[in-house]
Design a protein around this ligand. Structure first.
Ligand code: SAH
Length: 373
């Protein structure tokens, strides 16, 4: 089997955008870019007791504040030193859209000027945030806005984790985040180490404290990384973007499939299920006239028969640069019924934030275009 390179270990194609200009002011780190130990050392060097480390991290991670000044039980001098030495957050919010269903989408500008997105979705009793893991994406799925211009770089653990925090700070005091889906811009398993470090901050008791079963990682299907993820010993949910029931069609829709193949993915997903006991979700974006015919549904049912699987049908969200569209409602229902009749648990994903640029990566593309025109 051919494997894709882990982009964490391999130089990414476009790194010049990340390198700071020689004349630039010194880059300040965000506090959460420091490990617990580094922050503790920094405090100790300035004569502060070690308990301040946990105190500062608790403020940053668990409370809904937006400046060091608000860390009210820290000495004023320490608040001032933090303010002078560090950024409060690793990015700035430069765009904020609110849809009529109260879905909120943020556009974030990272320290090097790159843009990513994150989303908050509201359902009764449920608050789900969707976060990004890379600037752009190298996978090139033909219907996806995120990959239209390739990948620029991986996000750091803080840049991934702080998306959850920035959305948490937006919410009312009586609201809390119940679920996190790693389904924003990028391929999470191609940025494996940063992903895992971010998930650790998200789940740690002294971090954000979210249960692993409330977190879903969506992948294009990188078998080696799925197997590594299986061995992580955590009960994260795994969603695999399948989009086609055979290799010929999948390679047209998901070009990286050429080097992988559906069988490898099925085997790796089975290992994930064996290790974690979690049911695998199979995502299937419905593209009108391409992968939405009854014969595709029949073939998909045969492919997944006997597996502990759930199929998530996603009518394509429109992307202005692309001509592909979602099928009409009756086609979608017919596809769903075929799966269900053949014993495959399946649902159609409800559309959220329909009146904002909710398709993955769309907001970032629009902003980049308006910058360049
Ligand atoms: N790279 C990962 C995670 C990011 S994409 C993956 O491939 O799973 C998250 C999900 O959104 C994937 O299932 C992806 O196929 C889907 N998606 C991307 N663009 C979309 C669009 N225009 N309409 C509907 N779903 C889309």
């Amino acid at each position: 089997m051919k494997t894709l390179p882990d982009s964490q270990n391999t130089p990414l194609p476009i790194l010049d955008a990340v390198a700071p200009a020689v004349t630039a002011a010194p880059v300040q780190r965000a506090v959460l870019e420091l490990s617990f130990q580094e922050l503790q050392d920094w405090l100790r060097e300035r004569g502060y007791p070690t308990f301040r480390t946990q105190q500062i991290r608790r403020w940053l991670i668990q409370r809904r504040i937006t400046s060091f000044e608000q860390m009210s039980d820290l000495p004023a001098a320490l608040r001032q030193q933090l303010h002078e030495q560090f950024r409060f957050c690793s990015f700035q919010t430069v765009g904020h859209q609110v849809a009529s269903d109260r879905t909120e989408k943020l556009l974030l500008r990272l320290q090097d000027g790159e843009l990513v997105e994150c989303v908050l979705m509201r359902d009764p009793g449920r608050r789900t945030v969707c976060i990004s893991t890379q600037v752009g994406c190298a996978m090139g799925c033909v219907f996806c806005a995120s990959g239209l211009r390739g990948v620029k770089r991986n996000l750091t653990p803080a840049e991934i984790f702080e998306q959850v925090l920035v959305l948490h700070r937006l919410m009312a005091d009586d609201e809390k985040i119940t679920n996190v889906v790693v389904m924003g811009i990028g391929e999470p398993l191609a940025n494996y180490r940063s992903l895992m470090a971010a998930l650790e901050l998200l789940t740690a008791e002294d971090g954000f404290g979210l249960g692993a079963r409330r977190i879903t990682v969506s992948t294009v299907g990188l078998p080696e990384k799925i197997r590594e993820f299986a061995r992580s010993g955590q009960q994260y949910n795994l969603a695999v973007s399948l989009h086609a029931p055979n290799d010929a069609l999948r390679t047209e829709i998901v070009p990286v499939n050429r080097n992988i193949g559906i069988q490898e993915i099925l085997d790796a997903a089975e290992e994930y299920h064996q290790h974690t006991g979690r049911r695998i979700s199979w995502e299937y974006v419905l593209l009108s006239g391409i992968n939405d015919q009854p014969r595709h549904a029949e073939e998909l049912a045969t492919l997944l028969r006997g597996r502990t699987a759930h199929v998530n049908l996603i009518p394509m969200n429109g992307v202005s640069e692309l001509v592909m569209t979602a099928p009409r409602e009756p086609q979608t229902q017919q596809f769903l019924e075929i799966l269900v009749r053949r014993g495959i648990p399946a649902t159609v994903r409800k559309r959220k934030g329909a009146d904002i640029d909710a398709a993955c990566g769309q907001l970032r593309l629009n902003r980049e275009d308006s910058k360049s025109t």
